[in-house]
Write a protein that binds this ligand. Structure first.
Ligand SMILES: Nc1nc2c(c(=O)[nH]1)N[C@H]1C(S)=C(S)[C@@H](COP(=O)(O)O)O[C@H]1N2
Ligand SMILES: [Mo]
Length: 256
């Protein structure tokens, strides 16, 4: 019998992994966070799967005291209507500019997808829902962190008000600077996942994502999407293509 060199065996093993992940994707029509047949993405997938397997789904991120609040820099887009302050979207930038002018009085969060009552949810309506206030640490992938107090409507409460359909598996977020991202239902229904309209006891400032941003406390900074325009509840995983994290070299799941 001829001996197969170890190197080739290893290569076949890698090929096998790639083939099986590709088969999984082809079989389920992208219902799982993808690996794109890429060995590096396998690490993301393993982190996601092991967090979901071994961590209790309701474990809370640490909360702090008022005296722990620290200065927080505004990162990335700081005004979607201003070309000098970040991401510009041809349609949404002027839309955001108008909202900004009237102090967000006419703002509404678009809620679509697998919900019984899709539509625009005004800021006033969101503020009428039971709120949650939490003092948490924001950890940016760039290596800084800051502690701030966030007030908002739990995403769970918003979804329940809209009527979550039983086949819902992900919530997708769209921002005024044109980004798309998503989280799974475990994070979406987590008690500390809120749509924040308040920061440190005041209205959420524009550079930090006014009038509404996501706080998803068990993931890294960039998952906390600012300037929310709408959310879509889906059954399938959505990578948001060129507007999403993956094609821009970021991980979809960055649990901490
Ligand atoms: N819409 C949008 N959301 C965003 C960003 C952005 O540029 N646009 N930057 C992200 C990154 S990398 C971080 S660290 C935080 C920064 O939030 P802050 O500006 O309130 O500190 O927002 C995240 N959410
Ligand atoms: Mo970040």
């Amino acid at each position: 019998m001829k001996k197969t060199p170890v190197k080739i065996q290893r290569r076949n093993f890698v090929k096998g992994l790639i083939a099986s992940s590709a088969a999984t994707l082809a079989g389920c029509g992208q219902t799982e966070p993808p690996t794109y047949g890429n060995i590096l993405r396998m690490g993301d997938w393993l982190t996601y799967k092991s967090h979901r397997l071994f961590l209790p789904s309701n474990s809370l991120a640490r909360e702090y005291e008022l005296s722990d609040i620290s200065p927080a820099p505004a990162i990335g887009t700081t005004n979607p209507a201003d070309p000098d302050k970040g991401g510009q979207h041809p349609e949404y930038a002027p839309e955001y500019g108008k909202l900004l002018k009237d102090g967000f009085a006419s703002y509404g969060l678009r809620v679509a997808g697998l919900v019984e009552r899709p539509g625009m949810y005004s800021l006033a309506a969101l503020k009428r829902l039971p709120s949650r206030t939490q003092i948490t640490r924001h950890t940016c992938e760039e290596g800084w962190s800051a502690i701030a107090q966030w007030t908002g409507a739990p995403l769970r409460t918003v979804l329940e008000a809209a009527g979550i359909m039983p086949n819902a598996r992900y919530v997708q977020f769209h921002s005024y600077d044109g980004w798309g991202d998503g989280i799974d239902m475990v994070d979406a229904l987590h008690p500390q996942t809120i749509l924040a309209y308040g920061m440190n006891g005041r209205d959420l400032p524009v550079p930090h994502g006014a009038p509404l941003r996501l706080r998803v406390e068990r993931q890294v900074g960039y998952k906390n999407m600012k300037f929310l325009r709408g959310i879509v509840v889906t059954e399938d995983f959505d990578d948001h293509g060129e507007f999403g994290s993956i094609q821009n070299g970021w991980s979809w799941y960055v649990g901490i």
